[in-house]
Design a protein around this ligand. Structure first.
Ligand SMILES: Cc1cc2nc3c(=O)[nH]c(=O)nc-3n(C[C@H](O)[C@H](O)[C@H](O)COP(=O)(O)O)c2cc1C
Ligand SMILES: CCCCC(=O)C(=O)O
Length: 334
């Protein structure tokens, strides 16, 4: 049976498949995210007598499995139902969907699915506009605000340059940036700083999450500025090439943060064994990006659900087989 990725590759226009699959520069960070998991090995514990419990409680709510839907842009490029299909699948599998600011369905409509949603934000240089977008997300019922910090500029992605992929086709738009007939383009600005995070903390009651942390000092600073959670991520290798693999950066960041706030990791998580490895190395949960897109492109809501179901089944079995306690002592580097 072909994989969802193979089906997506066949079904989508090349430029769209490449946008989803690709990354910055030589795509070494894209590959390294997965390769780093493949270098890790497990040393399971036996006779611990503990049944696996997949449920996780986070500042933005509870999930029945420690696998959350990462924020990814442009779901209607993958499937006509777009983010509605993804959200329905997340709701059915009782996990959190982090909605990209660049979703192609407005946040209010996605919220009507009843899914537990967090809203991902690219802070815009126009802070008044940013605050209006945050206000919309909060009013729609989003339970956390995920501020993406790894994108002061947009990464250079050779596949997109080669394909001439720049923007959404006619008829699709970033609906969270629409005000009446006008849809503003998303802006990236190197001037976004910790001061913007402080401002956001004042204007919203949603817990603030900083996504895209790759250095332990920044993780400490994020906590100091009131972050309720820290997301270790190199943006799936799409921003800066040659960033270390997310899973390799996790332990030192988990150490820096300690018990202060939960830490998540994303990038290259493809199997239940990857999930369990991430939990052992200090993550409370993981985010999954591209596998969700492939499920969506292949089979819409059903495909996303199947991807989440597979993660659940694999994580449950891996957790039982790795045993307890699930800590760093069960991970080996080869
Ligand atoms: C097609 C695509 C679009 C993305 N869009 C966003 C986005 O809008 N905001 C964001 O914070 N991260 C975005 N990301 C990064 C993901 O949230 C996540 O960090 C990454 O995809 C995880 O790696 P994985 O795809 O290997 O699972 C995007 C990733 C992909 C693949
Ligand atoms: C303009 C939307 C940005 C999406 C994004 O973050 C990505 O493609 O990695």
């Amino acid at each position: 049976m072909p994989s969802y990725e193979a089906i997506a590759r066949q079904r989508l226009p090349k430029a769209h498949y490449d946008y989803f699959a690709g990354g910055a520069g030589d795509e070494s960070a894209v590959h390294e995210n997965e390769a780093a998991f493949a270098r890790l090995r497990l040393a399971p514990r036996v006779l611990g007598g503990v049944a696996p419990d997949l449920a996780v409680t986070l500042p933005g709510g509870r999930a029945s499995l420690p696998v959350l839907v990462a924020p990814t842009a442009f779901h209607r490029l993958a499937h006509p139902d777009g983010e509605l299909a993804t959200a329905r699948a997340a709701a059915a599998e009782d996990t959190v969907m982090i909605v990209s600011m660049a979703s192609t369905i407005p946040i209010e409509a996605i919220a009507e699915t009843g899914a537990t949603l967090w809203f991902q934000l690219y802070v815009q240089p126009d802070m008044a506009f940013t605050e209006r977008v945050v206000g919309r997300a909060e009013k729609a019922g989003c339970r956390a605000l995920v501020v993406t910090a790894d994108s002061p500029v947009f990464g250079i992605r050779p596949r997109d340059l080669h394909n001439g992929f720049r923007d959404l086709p006619e008829g699709l738009a970033c609906e969270n940036l629409r005000e009446g007939d006008v849809v503003r383009p998303i802006e990236f600005s190197p001037e976004i700083s910790w001061a913007h995070l402080d401002r956001l903390r004042e204007v919203t009651d949603m817990p603030l999450v900083v996504k895209g942390v790759t250095h332990p000092d920044d993780a400490r600073t994020a906590v100091g500025h009131g972050a309720a959670m820290v997301m270790v991520s190199n943006h799936g290798g799409r921003q800066l090439d040659r960033v270390a693999a997310a899973i390799d950066l996790l332990p030192e960041i988990a150490d820096a943060v300690g018990a202060a706030v939960p830490v998540t990791v994303d990038g290259g998580v493809r199997r239940g064994t990857d999930v369990v490895t991430a939990l052992a190395l200090g993550a409370r949960a993981v985010l999954v990006g591209r596998p969700i897109i492939w499920g969506l492109a292949a089979e819409g809501e059903r495909g996303v659900r199947e991807v989440l179901r597979r993660f659940r089944a694999e994580t449950e079995v891996a957790m039982a087989l790795v045993g307890a306690p699930l800590d760093r002592s069960v991970v080996r580097r080869c």
